[in-house]
Design a protein around this ligand. Sequence first.
Ligand SMILES: [Zn+2]
Length: 135
Amino acid sequence: MNDGIFKEEWLTEVQNAQKRAYTPYSNFNVGALLITEDDEYIYGANIENAAHPAAICAERTALVSAYANNKRKFKAIVVITDSPEPASPCGVCRQVMKELCHDDMPVYLTSKSGEVIKRTVDDLLPLGFSGKDME
Ligand SMILES: [Zn+2]
């Protein structure tokens, strides 16, 4: 990926995030690396629960952690899975990204294949519902 934004070191960092996943039920480990506007790294990993609906995705753990630590401006997010091809965020994560990130923020999707796909928040949730719809 050579778009003038993406940094190769983000691949190593998102792999480190993926290692933090807690997945005793699915063994499907997902990592997320959220890059703040000032290049700080916020790590996310999926955290499962015996009560399955209580599980939380990697993208949301990163975003929630960032907000809880008063980090609210982001440059990009990178998401990794062990899927053969890069997997894209679930619908809930897309909605949360719509709420907490700017629409044109890059979302980089990768997998063990090493392929990196770039989309934006708006690409992933076109015509997404937001606070603007409630004005
Ligand atoms: Zn999700």
